[in-house]
Design a protein around this ligand. Structure first.
Ligand code: GLC
Length: 494
């Protein structure tokens, strides 16, 4: 049974059945199962290749996974203190927080405001993006601090969750846009001066202390409250992880002569895993997604897992089954709404997987309301199975990344802090990921179902808020202690 995806439907009332599904449609379902099922042998093969690719990314030559050193050089102790600003430039929202790390161990206070990230900005002009961000920050500070003329500059941790080479903790050269962003003139450039220029123009009293990836923030925030946390992951619009490496195991940093046992957090940017298409079981649908994306050939792993793409894979399957197969699903119906690229997001899939009714009546309504399509009952069964297959594949593949880091580091037991809309909201994602980890790492069946797994993926602390504040605090502290490695602007640390 392992590796075949969930045949039982834990969330559905009644058993659900394919008895009234005609033969031709059943054949289509079986074909989809062959396309989307990742069995144990494949999971293990992917994981082993992943370990090699992690190593390659750290080597002098580099590989397709960037493995970016972040200059975060310790875990928090829990005793960090101070007040910091944190800015998170995500795909949907812009979040600004003020975080106070209190005297009490591992405790903090937080105030925050969310601003919508206008869709047009994601593919517009660079200046407009930076100006919008500076305006939001300025508004936040005015609301919470009133007259800013006498205010000391506040230290800021800026969570910029795109692949960026960091020669310094306060610098980041964007390697390429991911998650559907496509703004000219930013790739290949250091984003910090662009951002600082917009702040300076408005006189916003902020000094940038650290540029941070959301995964690194997640790792550090989670380790603040749980010292067993060794890996931080995001399963959201994008998909990525960070973990703590030793400088001695990072050949591409050898020229810095850092003590070999000094820790260094690595932002893996594992979304780029297998851009060469050596091991991932890509379906024709994955190939279309890649071809039609703003950056074809990039983020091969991410495109099979992340929230941005799950709904699109699903949509492509349905359009294909309408147009190109012997059984034309939704025959005679107008599927023009379904033809619109990226019109279904992963919450659509979640809703299908969550439909509790034997007759899938909620799914039927979803299709009617959103797409103007009235699926037959057998078609509803196919729809449900397709959603399960896509969601299960995403969870199982993402477990390969976690297993690979654990194997590389020799972690037999640890906690993994995870965040992101897919992890938090997609039904069964956690259980499916845990099951895949068990298969990859050959854990014996639990004696008691309540027992913990040796490696557990748990809900993380707030990485882009508390994590960013902690990284700012850790950086200020180490500068104070005289560790100036990877500091570009010492004047910002006084
Ligand atoms: C994309 C970004 C990466 C980020 C991830 C999760 O993969 O490239 O930097 O960590 O999405 O948000």
């Amino acid at each position: 049974m392992f590796g075949l995806g969930p045949r039982k439907r834990p969330s559905r009332k009644g058993t659900g059945s394919f008895v009234d599904v005609p033969q031709d449609l059943l054949k289509e379902i079986e074909q989809l199962e062959r396309h989307f099922t990742v069995d144990i042998a494949k999971l293990k093969q992917i994981t082993n290749h992943f370990v090699e690719e992690l190593e390659k990314g750290l080597s002098m030559e580099g590989g397709s996974i960037p493995m970016n050193p972040t200059w975060v050089m310790s875990f928090p102790t829990g005793y960090e203190t101070g007040t910091y600003l944190a800015l998170d430039m995500g795909g949907t929202n812009l979040r600004v927080c003020e975080i106070t790390l209190t005297e009490q161990k591992s405790e903090f206070d937080i105030i925050q405001s969310k601003y919508r990230m206008p869709e047009e900005l994601k593919t517009g002009e660079a200046d407009e993006l930076w100006e919008y961000i500076a305006d939001c920050l300025s508004q936040f500070i005015e609301t919470h601090h009133g007259d800013t003329s006498k205010l000391d500059k506040l230290p800021l941790g800026f969570t910029f969750s795109y692949p960026a080479t960091q020669h310094y903790v306060d610098e980041g050269v964007l390697q390429r846009w991911t998650k559907g962003f496509d703004i000219a003139g930013v790739e290949g450039h250091n984003v910090v001066p662009m951002f600082e220029a917009a702040l300076a123009q408005r006189g916003v009293p902020i000094k940038l202390t650290a540029l941070i990836n959301d995964t690194t923030g997640t790792l550090i925030a989670s380790a603040y409250t749980d010292t067993k946390m060794k890996i931080g992951c995001i399963f959201g619009t994008g998909c990525n992880a960070a973990y703590m490496e030793n400088c001695g195991s990072i050949p591409k940093l050898a020229h810095m002569n850092l003590p070999p046992d000094t820790p260094m957090a690595i932002n893996c940017e594992w979304g780029a895993f297998d851009n060469e298409h050596k091991v991932l079981p890509r379906t024709p649908y994955d190939i279309i997604i890649d071809k039609d994306s703003p950056r074809p050939g990039q983020q091969a792993f991410e495109k099979m897992i992340a929230g941005l793409y799950l709904g699109e894979v699903f949509r492509l399957v349905l359009v294909d089954l309408h147009d190109n197969h012997e059984t034309h699903i939704f025959a005679g119906q107008d599927i023009s709404k379904l033809r619109k690229a990226y019109s279904l997001d992963s919450s659509f899939l979640s809703a299908i997987e969550e439909d509790p009714f034997e007759n899938l009546s909620e799914t039927f309504e979803l299709f009617q309301n959103k797409l103007n399509i009235s699926p037959s009952h057998p078609e509803l069964e196919l729809i449900r199975r397709t959603a399960e297959l896509i969601g299960t594949r995403a969870a199982r593949l993402s477990a390969c990344g976690v297993a690979a880091i654990s194997k590389k580091k020799g972690y037999e037991t640890c906690h993994v802090g995870a965040d992101g809309s897919v992890f938090n909201k997609y039904p069964h994602f956690k259980e499916r990921g845990a099951q895949a980890l068990r298969e990859i790492l050959d854990w014996p069946e639990k004696a008691d179902p309540k027992d913990d797994d040796p490696i557990e993926i748990l809900a993380a602390e707030d990485g882009s808020g508390v994590g960013a504040a902690l990284i700012a605090a850790l950086t200020l502290q180490r500068v104070k202690d005289g560790n100036m490695h990877g500091i570009l602007h010492p004047e910002n640390f006084k």
